[in-house]
Design a protein around this ligand. Structure first.
Ligand code: PLP
Length: 378
């Protein structure tokens, strides 16, 4: 059975061109980028090309990027690295809508004696820049706000937040989890006030286990991993050369096909939603502004775990929130924070699209969803 994969916010398929770019570094080009012989120099040059490609896509200088093992590590390095650079301030501001990579790290920081404020959305379900800025105190070191929510696709007003925070205190640093913004928003970091940003390759048809942390030049930050001079002494450890090359190839592909990619994903989302909402009682969770790659849908009266199971049997992959909690199907903290009733949260599913998703995929998926919903509502 071929799978209809509508869970691209969890991860994406590696693009064949990305795999082709990686293969030489998984086979004959196995050099350590720190070695001075030819094989090492070849690996080092490949890292440099990848760094330039990712930097070009996000509008950063290549030296502002540190390659990591993914979004989670980048977020850790952003939070710990700024606290380690230590101006003595011990307060972090974040939002209730963040991924657990941020929320659980903040909870851990609290257990170490730091204080954290979790800004909640207002009644409209949105995070307001004024609320974030007014959470800033004389002790605040860092504000961490995601750019695109991974469960709803909602775009957060990071630029307005950064401006409001820095107007209050220019010394406060701003980090953004941009894992779901990569490939869905034009980032152009050189024109923005964000000091640090976290990225992951596997959401954009790159390999898993590789990501990047953007650290704007001049940002007070100290490394978390020690024991080697890699990444200009900012992240010790032999580089995942093939993975980083794959990230570079995925970034370059995105950059070259940007308009087509955006158009395709938007069209797929529209076909899916128009057909679904015409056939099944549904409501969207989240609303605009949002990225078209992610759609969170309420199916009134239908338990999401049962629907997911039926869809899985029919060969349709979707999700009830973030993949990390999908195993336990805990009600989404994001939807709850946005003010949706727990009963509604238990009846909501996330569908997410990529440029691999075809129109016939979503049409077939809607037929399966309609059958499953009708069976479950009976
Ligand atoms: N932040 C967001 C918004 C995500 O969607 C994810 C991935 O699930 C992460 C962070 C973690 O990224 P990674 O899987 O590369 O560690």
């Amino acid at each position: 059975m071929t799978m209809i994969y509508l869970d691209n916010a969890a991860t994406t398929a590696v693009h064949p061109d990305v795999l082709d770019a990686m293969m030489p570094y998984l086979t004959n080009g196995y050099g350590n980028a720190s070695s001075i012989h030819a094989l090492g120099r070849e690996a080092k040059a490949a890292l440099q090309t990848a760094r330039e490609r990712v930097a070009l896509l996000i509008g950063a200088h290549p030296q502002e990027l540190v390659f990591t093992s993914g979004g989670t590590e980048s977020i850790h390095a952003a939070l710990y690295g700024t606290l380690l650079a230590g101006t003595g301030r011990r307060h972090v501001v974040t939002t209730a809508l963040e991924h657990h990579a941020v929320l659980h790290t903040c909870a851990f920081l609290e257990s170490l004696g730091y204080s954290v404020t979790y800004v909640a959305p207002r009644e409209d379900g949105r995070i307001h820049p004024d609320d974030v800025a007014s959470a800033v105190t004389a002790d605040t070191l860092l504000v961490s706000v995601m750019s695109v929510n991974n469960e709803t696709g909602v775009i957060l007003p990071v630029d307005e937040i950064a401006a409001a925070v820095k107007a209050r205190d220019a010394a406060v640093l701003v980090h953004s989890d941009m894992v779901q913004a990569l490939g869905t928003l034009r980032l152009q970091l050189d024109q923005r006030q964000v000091d640090l940003a976290s990225f992951s390759a596997h959401k954009v048809h790159g390999p898993k286990g590789v990501g990047a942390l953007y650290i704007r030049r001049g940002t007070p930050w100290r490394p978390v991993l020690h024991g080697g001079t890699q990444e200009r002494e900012r992240r010790a450890g032999t580089e995942n050369v093939a993975g980083i090359v794959g990230f570079g190839a995925a970034a370059e592909r995105l950059r070259q096909h940007w308009d087509d990619h955006q158009r395709h994903v938007r069209q797929i989302r529209d076909v899916f939603w128009d057909m679904l909402s015409a056939r099944v009682p549904v409501e969207r969770n989240g609303g605009e502004p949002s990225v078209p790659a992610i759609l969170n849908v309420w199916f009134p009266g239908v338990r999401n775990d049962r629907l997911l199971m039926r869809l899985d049997l029919a060969g349709v992959a979707a999700s009830a929130g973030s993949a990390c909690t999908a195993g336990s199907l805990e009600p989404s903290h994001v939807l709850q924070a946005m003010g949706y009733e727990v009963s509604r949260v238990h009846e909501s599913l996330r569908f997410s699209f990529s440029d691999f998703t075809s129109e016939s995929d979503v049409r077939t998926a809607v037929q399966h969803i309609e059958e499953a919903v009708n069976a479950l509502r009976r």
